[in-house]
Unconditional design. Structure first.
Length: 161
């Protein structure tokens, strides 16, 4: 039992839709795709993710959010695999006491992973505070910075050693 005396929800309970359709709509006053305030008088435009629906401000945002959700389902595992291989490369570099041969290429690879697969969010509710477009932009900026730093430090170590 949780603190409020209610039973904890299991993952299978999240995936089954509620009998009441309005219970499946997330309550927010912002578009989950672009972050703009929603017009309360306009008819709701929703994007569905598994069993829940999230409000968006228009058809363009709905199409963008649908495309993001489809890509997220197909490509998120590639981002996690890239990050896993980067962690393994960094671990190998620390074990053989030559981190430069593994560390900086791994950082570059992680940056490329974030550029090509900007799907780090596992819970769609996160987009209430940071909309999809901003998450993609932040991921790509961080990815570019990682690639630049990885190349710079790898080249600097090779030149000065």
């Amino acid at each position: 039992m949780s603190k409020k005396g209610q039973k904890k929800k299991r993952p299978s309970e999240y995936l089954t839709p509620s009998a009441d359709p309005s219970a499946n709509v997330a309550q927010t006053d912002r578009c989950v795709y672009c972050g703009k305030a929603l017009d309360p008088q306009a008819p709701p435009c929703l994007v569905t993710v598994r069993t829940r629906s999230f409000p968006v401000c228009g058809q363009a945002c709905r199409e963008g959010a649908d495309a993001y959700v489809r890509s997220d389902r197909q490509r998120k595992k590639f981002l996690y695999l890239v990050l896993f291989f980067c962690a393994i490369a960094i671990l190998i570099g620390s074990v053989i006491h030559d981190p430069s041969a593994f560390l900086y290429p791994a950082v570059c690879l992680a940056g490329l992973g974030l550029i090509f697969f900007p799907y780090p969010i596992t819970s769609f509710e996160t987009f209430f505070s940071c909309p999809i477009r901003r998450v993609v932009l932040i991921c790509r900026i961080v990815g570019v910075i990682l690639v630049i730093l990885g190349v710079f430090f790898f080249a600097a170590l090779r030149i000065f050693s």
